[in-house]
Design a binder for this molecule. Structure first.
Ligand code: ZN
Length: 499
């Protein structure tokens, strides 16, 4: 099946053809680890996790690398503020980042190189550029000579005559305002690394060029890797400079395709730390489940901007609740025990249509509307024939497919509807359910009814099944609970009180 992506350098949709049959190499610019992950990091991770999953679904083997920038001005500043050592500080935020990504159900990277562990690869590029006379030394560091690179500006479409200096560090000694630092010489008492050309530390752009070359690149092809990805704010100067260094030092183009994800705006402003409107993921996760946050970020096309707001988050929740409500409706202890139902295949047409949508530059809107349709039709069918086992098995297989390709709907449906409760509240609920079980066993029906009522007052609805009592919390369901249940007398889906 044809797979196509919008290439943000060529500014057009291109049919994807990997450099090597069946293998795709992707590099994503990772975080600078001086603070916790914010929504921008989460957005980028979710966007390219979808890319990763779609490539896998197309049968490709994927080698995907994301770096950690663990030496940088911001890190040095934070070290001063917190009086932490470099390693301790970076380790803390790398661990925190990885935990967050885990919660968001981001597939593992093939490698996660860190800048400070790849200094030799960086020094090598600086040495080549100096030798080729494409870099020069001034007081504070070694700079790339952008005017000697004819193609400089071609990646981001920045014309040579345009003023490119806005986002490049100011230094009056530079030959050209566009020149950028490859290696910063150490100031007194600053963390630095030995090098033949002077003690110092690498420039940010250099890090990615070196790590791609060392960990991912084909050495014998025109392009080093298939896809280079990152946030739209990285196109210039970061990716422009990465491309220039690699082109000039290693005589290769860095990537065949460039994919950039859109910004996350809060109250209409581009989210950035300097604006002070940064929204940490850990704060969002205090109020909303990680799966919901993933679903919310996923539901907007990766190139479009997201205006982060709670209203949209809540409507995303309603939509996801609907998916899970169907998942719960088809619940069978067969599925839970992973038995024969796993042999059932997803619906072929549904599967092909989802893949077709996602293969077209990750068209998530169409993919999700196909799931909406599936849910509506399945509910109608189940209203007519609530015990349609074949349909339930196929739907279960469809949900497994959805979980694989979109990374959502992977939870047990009952656990999903319990996620509004804290650990302590869950414990309390389980205690009451246990007491009720005991009362029933002792045939103390009055007591067991009292306990059911007590649980109902807490917003907990029970469903007694052959494999035990299942329950969900209706309090956090945003009034979706009652409207969704179409069961007439005896509740099939378990969301209404039993009569
Ligand atoms: Zn980078």
């Amino acid at each position: 099946m044809n797979l196509s992506f919008f290439d943000s350098v060529k500014k057009t949709k291109l049919v994807f053809e990997p450099l090597e049959h069946n293998l795709v190499k992707i590099y994503i610019c990772g975080p600078t680890v001086y603070d916790d992950a914010h929504l921008g990091h989460a957005r980028s991770a979710v966007a390219f996790d979808l890319l990763h999953r779609v490539l896998l679904a197309n049968g490709y083997k994927v080698e995907i690398v994301k770096n950690f920038t663990d030496i940088d001005d911001k890190i040095l500043k934070k070290m001063k503020e917190t009086k932490q050592g470099l390693e301790e500080l970076c380790e803390q935020y790398i661990t925190s980042y990885k935990n967050d990504m885990n919660k968001l159900n981001i597939l593992d990277m093939s490698q996660e190189p860190r800048a400070t562990q790849n200094l030799e690869a960086m020094k090598e590029i600086v040495s080549i550029l100096l030798k080729k006379n494409l870099a020069y030394i001034i007081d504070d560091g070694i700079y790339f000579s952008s005017s000697k690179d004819e193609k400089y500006g071609s990646l981001s479409g920045q014309n040579k005559s345009e003023n490119l200096q806005n986002r490049i560090e100011e230094n009056k000694q530079k030959n050209n305002p566009k020149d950028f630092v490859l290696w910063k010489f150490a100031k007194e008492n600053e963390i630095s690394f030995e090098a033949d050309f002077g003690k110092g530390r690498p420039g940010w752009h250099l890090e990615c060029s070196a790590m791609i070359n060392k960990h991912l690149a084909y050495k014998d092809k025109k392009y080093q890797i298939d896809i280079h990805a990152g946030g739209a704010d990285l196109l210039f100067p970061h990716h422009e400079n990465e491309a220039a260094q690699t082109r000039c030092a290693l005589n290769q183009d860095i990537a065949k395709y460039w994919l950039h994800n859109g910004f996350v705006n809060i109250a209409g402003e581009k989210m950035s730390k300097s604006l002070g409107n940064s929204f940490f993921l850990k704060d969002v996760l205090k109020n909303f489940s990680a799966e919901l946050v993933r679903f919310y970020l996923l539901a907007t096309h990766y190139r479009a901007g997201i205006n982060f707001n709670e209203m949209d988050l809540l409507s995303a929740k309603k939509r996801l609740d609907k998916f899970y409500r169907l998942k719960k409706r088809i619940y069978s202890s067969d599925f839970a025990n992973n038995s024969t139902s796993n042999l059932t295949k997803p619906n072929k047409v549904f599967q092909a249509n989802i893949l077709k949508a996602l293969n077209d530059d990750l068209n998530i809107s169409i993919a999700l509307s196909l799931i909406d349709d599936l849910v509506t039709k399945a509910n109608e069918e189940l209203d007519k024939n609530p015990k349609n086992k074949a349909l339930k098995q196929e739907l279960n297989a469809n949900f497994i497919f959805i979980a694989d390709i979109l990374g959502i709907c992977y939870q047990d449906a009952f656990e999903y509807f319990q996620s509004a409760l804290s650990k302590e509240e869950k414990k309390e609920v389980l205690k009451l359910i246990d007491l009720r079980k005991k009362a029933k066993k002792e045939k103390d029906y009055k007591r067991s009814d009292e306990l059911r009522l007590e649980l109902e007052n807490l917003g907990i609805l029970l469903m007694d099944t052959s494999s035990g009592t299942l329950w969900e919390c209706c309090a956090g369901l945003n009034e979706g609970c009652e409207d969704e249940c179409k069961c007439e007398n005896e509740c099939e889906c378990g969301c209404k009180k039993e009569s």
